[in-house]
Design a protein around this ligand. Structure first.
Ligand code: FDA
Ligand code: NAD
Length: 434
């Protein structure tokens, strides 16, 4: 098969790839110079839509509605946009071999791609229960959610039968967003997770108490402190029940699993330096291999604010890291430089009519404020994290604007004002919340 050659290749066609392509266009990439190679069949889109409006029975989101860059209020990049810019959008093409020394990629179908500069934007994949040898974990109607094909299969199952019973395994992002989406579809939903409260990687017990109460009021049943250890199946190989470690057995027509993600770095194993499970980069997303960059979920980069290497699995960083890498590539070609990536982590989630946002780091002491009663019709609350006398993280549910100057004096959380008076040594003397 013929070999194709490009100046720049992006492997992966998700959020980071889409935002990188836009930045390439802004920087004046010439027709024929850039290729985006994706195993998905569609142009880059805003992945967060898959666990939200994509699953709703009304106001349903469908492509081309949520191609990048609409999620950040930007232009929607349809396949025609890539064609107009002379960017080769090579879809339904999985790269199965990468040889960084000869700058060559090979696809599952046997094509060869050469590049001068490579951007790795392969994102994450789901951790599967079959990875832990959970019995019956590959039964039919057990779903994971990462790509649009996964969402389509779930939508089909939701529509196939009435009065479905669903079990959601995992109490993190997927668990919380999917159990809400299932309830919105009027499906009987039970969430199961091992921790004492949901989303322990971010929520405090106080924050989680609101969501657990709110979900219970919406009819989501919650079982904590145990895990799924097996699945029963019928003669068609379809899941019928979920066996829990504590001995309980839950009936299930469908199961949605969200037990975490892992970065997709396997193609490059042994060829590039890794750190914390991801591909190690500098502040310009350059890897240890010349002319190879890594962005989005797969990159472990220096988080300047905290003075350590981190991986961030959220959409805001996917967008910004991609833009930073492309700016750095063009600057270095012109013998110039760009500022180091100085990222303030930002995550958000939406489920039911709830919406939260978080900035910073969730370490240290926490203070919960506002109305966090799950039964209140006027609920609106937040939390902030304090470490070494400084506000390092801020969370807000049901507000509009969360403006943070972490490490500075004032954080404005919608109509809550937290005033932190700082001494010259950085210690906060007092707070007022009003
Ligand atoms: P992303 O996963 O977007 O893209 C990777 C791409 O690479 C995919 O197209 C994949 O097919 C392709 N690929 C992988 N290996 C390949 C290979 N070998 N050959 C070719 N192509 C290959 N974040 C947030 O802040 N708020 C939110 O509400 C949500 N919601 C949300 C919902 C769901 C369902 C998921 C799965 C994730 C979120 N996220 C989120 C997280 C956010 O979507 C995520 O951090 C970004 O999509 C990461 O962008 P990347 O481009 O790094 O990976
Ligand atoms: P997660 O890490 O948020 O949550 C995993 C949950 O599963 C945890 O509560 C964990 O303890 C639990 N768990 C682990 N093993 C289990 C077991 N055997 N049985 C039951 N529960 C178990 O991961 P996720 O929710 O799967 O999300 C996957 C990826 O998608 C992440 O990268 C996440 O950042 C991303 N995502 C983000 C958003 C968002 O930012 N709003 C939304 C959806 C997905």
């Amino acid at each position: 098969m013929a070999e194709k050659s490009f100046k720049y290749v992006i492997v992966g066609g998700g959020v980071a790839a889409g935002y990188a392509a836009r930045e390439f266009a802004k920087q004046g990439v010439k027709p024929g110079e850039l290729a985006v190679i994706s195993k998905e069949a569609v142009a880059p889109y805003e992945r967060p839509a898959l666990s939200k409006a994509y699953l709703f029975p009304e106001g349903t989101a469908r492509l081309p509605g949520f191609h990048v860059c609409v999620g950040s209020g930007g232009e929607r990049l349809l396949p025609e946009w890539y064609a107009e810019k002379g960017i080769s959008l090579i879809l339904s093409t999985e790269i199965v071999k990468a040889d960084l020394s000869s700058k060559t990629l090979a696809s599952a179908a046997g094509e060869t791609f050469k590049y001068q500069i490579l951007i790795i934007a392969t994102g994450s994949t789901v951790i599967k229960l079959s990875d832990f040898g959970v019995q019956g974990a590959d039964a039919k109607n057990i779903f994971y959610l990462r790509e649009i094909d996964d969402a389509d299969k779930l939508v089909e199952a939701i529509k196939a039968k009435k009065n479905l019973k669903a079990v959601v395994v995992g109490g993190g992002y997927i668990g919380l967003e999917l159990s809400a989406a299932l309830r919105v579809n009027n499906i009987d939903a039970t969430m199961v997770y091992p921790e004492p409260w949901c989303m322990p990687r971010l929520f405090t017990a106080g924050i989680a108490a609101f969501y657990e109460g709110y979900y219970a009021n919406k009819g989501v049943k919650i079982i904590k402190g145990t895990v799924a250890v097996g699945f029963g199946t019928n003669e068609n190989g379809e899941v019928t029940d979920v066996k829990l470690k504590d001995g309980r057995v839950l009936e299930a027509d469908i199961v949605v699993v969200g037990v975490g993600g892992k970065p997709l770095a396997t193609l490059f194993k042994g060829q590039v330096e890794e750190e914390k499970g991801g591909i190690k980069t500098d502040a310009f997303f350059k890897t240890s291999v010349p002319d190879v960059y890594a962005v989005g979920d797969v990159a472990t980069f220096p988080l300047k604010l905290y003075g350590e290497l981190r991986r961030v699995e959220h959409v805001d960083h996917a967008r910004k890291s991609a833009e930073q890498a492309v700016k750095a590539i063009f600057a270095s070609e012109q013998g110039k430089s760009v500022d180091e990536y100085d990222y303030l982590p930002f995550f958000y989630s939406r489920a039911f009519d709830l919406s939260w946002q978080f900035y910073g780091d969730n370490v240290g002491e926490t203070v919960l404020f506002g109305d966090s009663s799950p039964t209140s019709t006027t609920h609106k609350f937040g939390s902030y994290w304090i470490k070494d006398g400084k506000v390092v993280g801020a969370f807000l549910e049901s507000g509009q604007d969360l403006l943070c100057f972490l490490g500075n004096k004032v954080i404005l959380l919608d109509d809550f004002y937290i005033v932190c008076r700082e001494e010259s040594n950085g210690l906060i003397l007092s707070f007022w919340v009003f």
